[in-house]
Ligand binder design. Structure first.
Ligand code: S3P
Length: 434
């Protein structure tokens, strides 16, 4: 991937309507379930990001025909539960933890062997959280000391287990449920805190009998998935950058249409409102089985809060940009219970603390969070650590800095948010590729 730096500086008040791209979590799952369904599924609102395209490419390598009738659309010709074909070539998940972890569950139930690889960031991310419980189900998976590449041995007879997740993780839960499709008996997953339930909802939409409630999901192997059409909502995690940006830039008012508001994703909305943000929800409706609405955000003075740690799992991907909101707010914000941030695309606590320090902000890192004292940002140079959300968070910081914020290596933004720069500049950011 070619290196790309950005410079972000104060622009004008943020105004207009910003249509953010499709949800990453939903796009990954739609591809995978459509691939092993009977019949053809049409996906609309598909995220044209590098992560989700990597998953599409892997499924194509496994013999699934996927057409692109238009940008943001995929027609997937399902091959049925047992129709995937093995390949000796490595399956490259790129930067995508979701892609790799879910595919591991899916591939554990196949008759053939597979090798899953990823980029430099993904190659450092822990995989035992997936391979340990899958092994309990009878899977055989080799790791490199718990890290990718993963060698998934096929032809294993899987059996359902009851598994209590040690950490709240939708990726792990989903991997086990996908393996459970191929297992004998019941697979039950219990979470310490409910996480996003897209896999459960989508399995039901594809006709698989599944019983689920907040924090618990159960299914039996041996049924059939029936092709269906999926409408992917706009990604709340991408909208998050604009929610914070318009909150902290005076005179701003932005509309974000058709954003997915799955309750397991909207912790940032509650946190920002606790900080004094002015965000209204309009045109609430359901699309493709998911709640969606337009969000209107207006500038408002923010103040620091003790972030309720119960909100953390519902805003796990939005915490980097919350660090920016906190550093631009009045007073102290305390974030606890967020140790999972250390094993995301980068160590997000360390990445945000280092970047905020470079901009002269007052932040103290703790093992599972940070203490942030709001103030002003100076000009400075920050590192993304190849993490898309760190890059976009500092693009937001630049809007209220006293001089340009230089952001080193934003090439990974395209993994989740292709076109971020154009959309951002269209509503008032002053973001330059340098
Ligand atoms: C995801 C789950 C989350 C999130 C990731 C996407 C998913 O990770 O951070 O970006 O699609 O299942 P966890 O597995 O930690 O919940």
């Amino acid at each position: 991937m070619n290196r790309l730096d950005w410079s972000s500086r104060p622009g004008r008040p943020l105004r207009g309507s910003v249509q953010v791209p499709g949800d990453k979590s939903v796009s990954h799952r739609a591809l995978m379930l459509a691939a092993i369904a009977e019949g053809d599924s049409h996906i609309r609102g598909f995220l044209e990001g590098e992560d989700t395209r990597a998953t599409a490419a892997v499924l194509a390598q496994l013999g699934v025909r996927i057409e692109t009738p238009a940008a943001g659309e995929r027609r997937v010709h399902g091959v049925g539960l047992h129709g995937l074909q093995g390949t000796a070539q490595p399956l490259d998940c790129g930067n995508a933890g979701t892609g790799m972890r879910l595919l591991t569950g899916l591939l554990a139930g196949q008759a053939f062997d597979s090798t899953l690889v990823g980029d430099a960031s993904l190659s450092k991310r822990p995989m035992r959280r997936v391979t340990d419980p899958l092994s309990q189900m009878g899977a055989r998976i080799d790791t490199q000391d718990g890290l990718p590449p993963l060698r998934v041995h096929g032809g294993q007879a899987l059996r359902g287990i009851r598994y209590e997740l040690p950490v709240a993780s939708a990726q792990v839960k989903s991997a086990l449920l996908l393996a459970g499709l191929y297992a004998d008996g019941e697979t039950e997953v219990i979470e310490p805190h409910p996480t996003r339930d897209y896999t459960e909802r989508m399995l039901a939409a594809f006709g698989w009998p599944i019983r689920f409630e907040a924090g618990r999901a159960r299914l039996d192997g041996g049924h059939v998935l029936h092709a269906t059409n999926v409408d992917v909502p706009a990604d709340f995690s991408s909208a998050a950058f604009f929610l914070v940006a318009a909150s902290i830039v005076p005179d701003s008012e932005l509309r974000l249409p058709s954003v997915g508001l799955n309750p397991r994703r909207t912790g940032l909305l509650h946190a920002l409102r606790l900080m004094g943000a002015d965000i209204t929800v309009e045109r609430e409706r359901e699309s493709g089985g998911e709640p969606v609405a337009d969000l209107i955000v207006r500038h408002a003075p923010l103040h620091g809060i003790e972030l309720p740690s119960a909100l953390v799992p519902d805003m796990i991907d939005e915490l980097p940009v919350l660090f920016i909101a906190a550093a631009a707010a009045q007073g102290r914000t305390v974030i606890r219970g967020a140790a999972e941030l250390r094993v995301k695309e980068s160590d997000r606590i360390a990445s945000m603390a280092a970047g905020l320090h470079a901009l002269g902000a007052a932040i103290e890192e703790t093992p599972d969070g940070a203490l942030i004292d709001g103030g002003r940002f100076q000009a400075g140079s920050v590192q993304t650590h190849l993490d898309h959300r760190i890059a976009m968070s500092f693009a937001v910081a630049g809007l209220v800095a006293q001089g340009p914020v230089h952001i080193n290596d934003c090439s990974h933004v395209a993994t989740s948010f292709p076109g971020f720069m154009e959309l951002a500049n269209g509503c008032g950011f002053a973001l330059l590729a340098v």
